[in-house]
Design a protein around this ligand. Structure first.
Ligand code: KG4
Ligand code: ZN
Length: 351
């Protein structure tokens, strides 16, 4: 749906988006001003509920979103210092994600958009992770994004603002998923990423593990072989009754992951002459990855942006930042918009 661009519709030069994110196990709402200023960003995590199952249980996630979404939206508006009636648009994650979980946010967003008679903007979750970087500073194009989350591992080329071309993706496990599976095998709590990160930092030795480079010119990733190698090492030690050095194993796993991510990201930046590299997604919180990428980028003279921790994991402020791309251009969604677990990032591009 094409509406009037914001500048025509509004006279005061300020735009306020209430953004909603419920794609997985965080219920979040945020008020973002002009696509760049976070006025509030309320995140309610369900991790304690899913922890005992060792992963996200979709039905429980949906039910928890239903229980909390109204309160979270009210809190976001209250903490922003603005009132509901001052909002200019409602943004919501349309996909990818768990369909039942997405649906809760979408129903809430539609209801509010209808009641306030303001535009609805269905937003791509990964565009949100990428544009979390825009909440920190202006971006220069072409830019390359390395997206590393629980569900995604992608290299995304942005030739201009709001245009997305996926040049590489995982062929099996997402990097966060591999972290969580390895952690689970080591009997660490869910989500396992931060625990592996901590163990790796404490390690004094490294268990050497394979790296999946794939074809020489490919920007794709594969982490299932590495995950299997870790699981095999754990099983072997258990079967032989040998003590398992979890720290060295975590370090070996993390080094293998980081080596491939950093090497491919830098190659992609150079090949496409990107002006900067944007790291984003939950795994961007990984200390080892942040340090290794920062060091390599500095050595190669590449500008690197990494959002602060709270903007790396799922949150609604990032959805507000991405939605602003559409609001500025008057690109709104219909009120019959559906949740789309397989929503394409490239098709979501503004150009
Ligand atoms: O982006 P996100 O919050 O949710 C998705 O959209 O998937 O990412 C969650 C993922 C989980 O797999 C979690 O284990 C991982 O991010 N993660 C980490 C770290 N912190 C969170 N992985 C490695 N090291 C960390 N420090
Ligand atoms: Zn995410």
């Amino acid at each position: 749906m094409k509406g009037n661009a914001l500048t025509e519709r509004e006279g005061h030069g300020r735009s306020l988006i209430l953004a909603i994110e419920t794609s997985c196990d965080e219920t979040s709402a945020a008020v973002v001003e002009n696509g760049t200023i976070v006025r509030s960003n309320v995140v309610s995590s369900q991790i304690d509920v899913h922890e005992r199952f060792g992963g996200v249980v979709p039905e429980i996630a949906s039910r928890k979103h239903v229980e909390t979404i109204t309160r979270i939206m009210e809190q976001a508006v209250e903490q922003s210092g603005y009132q509901m009636k001052e909002l200019d648009a409602i943004a919501v994650t349309q996909g990818p994600g768990l369909v039942g979980a997405l649906l809760v946010g979408i129903v809430a967003a539609k209801t509010l958009a209808l009641a306030l008679d303001i535009p609805l903007i269905g937003t791509h979750h990964i565009a949100g992770h990428i544009y979390a970087n825009r909440l920190q500073q202006e971006l220069s194009y072409p830019a390359m994004a390395l997206v590393v989350s629980g569900g995604h591992t992608e290299l995304v080329l942005m030739r201009s603002e709001g245009s997305f071309e996926v040049i590489g993706r995982t062929r099996d496990d997402a990097v966060g998923e591999a972290y969580d599976k390895v952690a689970r095998a080591l009997k660490l709590p869910y989500p396992g990423g931060p625990h592996i990160d901590r163990l790796a930092a404490e390690a004094e030795e490294v268990v050497p593990l394979p790296r999946a480079w794939l074809e020489a010119d490919s920007y794709d990733f594969s982490f299932s072989g590495l995950k299997s190698a870790v699981l095999a090492a754990i099983n072997q030690a258990r079967m032989k009754g040998q003590p398992l050095d979890e720290r060295s194993l975590a370090r070996g796993f993390q080094e293998s992951v980081i080596d491939v991510l950093v090497t491919k990201a830098l190659r992609a930046v150079k090949r496409h002459e990107a002006k900067e590299l944007l790291l984003c997604g939950g795994v961007a919180a990984n200390r080892g990855l942040r340090e290794a990428l920062s060091a390599s980028c500095e050595a190669e003279g590449i500008r690197l942006h990494i959002p602060p921790h709270a903007l790396c994991t799922d949150n609604a402020a990032m959805i507000g930042a991405a939605a602003y791309l559409k609001l500025e251009r008057g690109l709104y969604s219909d009120l019959n918009m559906k949740a789309d677990p397989g929503l394409s990032l490239e098709k979501w591009s503004v150009e």
